[in-house]
Design a protein around this ligand. Sequence first.
Ligand SMILES: *Cc1c(COP(=O)(O)O)cnc(C)c1O
Length: 395
Amino acid sequence: MIEDFITLTDRYIASTYTRYPIALVRGEGCMVWDSEGKRYYDFVSGLAVNNLGHSHPRIVEAIRGQVGELIHVSNLYHILPQIELARILVENSFADKVFFCNSGAEANEAAIKLTRRYYSDQGKSDRYEIITMLNSFHGRTIATITATGQEKFQKGFGPLLPGFRYVPFNDLSGVEATLTKNTCAVMVEPIQGEGGVNLPVEGYLKGLRDICDAHNLLLIFDEVQTGIGRTGELFAYENYGVIPDIMTLAKSLGGGVPIGAMLAKEDIMKSFTPGTHATTFGGNPLACTAGIATLKVIIEEGILSNCKKVGSYFIERLIGLKERYPFIRDIRGKGLIIGLELDFPGKETTIACMERGFLINCTMENVLRFLPPLIIGEREIDQLIDTLDEIFRAI
Ligand SMILES: *Cc1c(COP(=O)(O)O)cnc(C)c1O
């Protein structure tokens, strides 16, 4: 029973997470069930991972088939599902080539290494400094906590990696003012996720592109959270008409199976030559097969238009709540990455939602973050709104 699971987690598992007192054991579509049989609507999606919901039949079927065929072989050999997944990513993005890895942090590590190598190949190894944004999130390895512009993720892990400078999000003149002769790139989430669902202001991403072009810098988009349809386009950059030089993906790319990817134009990716970078599992047949199924469903089954339609409806309904509750400071989002900023900590609201059968996330203390599967319908949105209304009314 749940009390035992909590005790065993405490006994055996490193306590890097503050966990809610439930254990999820089964999922289907937009719903999950806990070990006691209670049902929840899932507005977390494994943190933007299960973009097609749980146990999507086409993903389940693809994984089942591949497990019986070939789970893993080394990148010393050609891997057919890897070729197919890379082809789909390239044909549907700005990129020419893909490097596969296993997580978002690793994808960003690959982007940082590729950037340094690209300048080093031009005899400019003094070009190593990357500008990132305050309140960003890029992962938990040493390089990516350094890239992450939030001290709380860096504290106690020094010395950090040299070569990063921070600027507030949406501050173009701050970027200009922070350039040095060593700057080589600007790395940014098109929409900050972990940092509180912060949207780029009109012209910001285009402005970053212009600065990068004017100073011969690479523009790196971390789309680990915003990619694979989350914003209503396959990749968030498509919403803004701004093309990066490098893009990183992970989270939802494998439909729940761990996978990461770093995509770039050939002119840049050619700095990765045999032996310069690698990972044992990267582009593994099982993960890539799950990725192929995920992308095919998103592209073929009208998932993006559902995301846009239901996302707009969701925001409209949340704005309706904001008009009635003055402690709601802001509603913001694009597609189905949506934030509701409160003027007090959101933890109790998150727990109250869970008790009523709705899983939501809270980030930056006071921002309720909604990341439902992209297949969700308006009926489920209405139910969450009614629940939030009931919780807010009691405050
Ligand atoms: C989650 C996230 C990461 C880190 O991904 P992991 O798979 O946890 O390493 C990096 N960047 C962004 C924008 C993320 O949301």
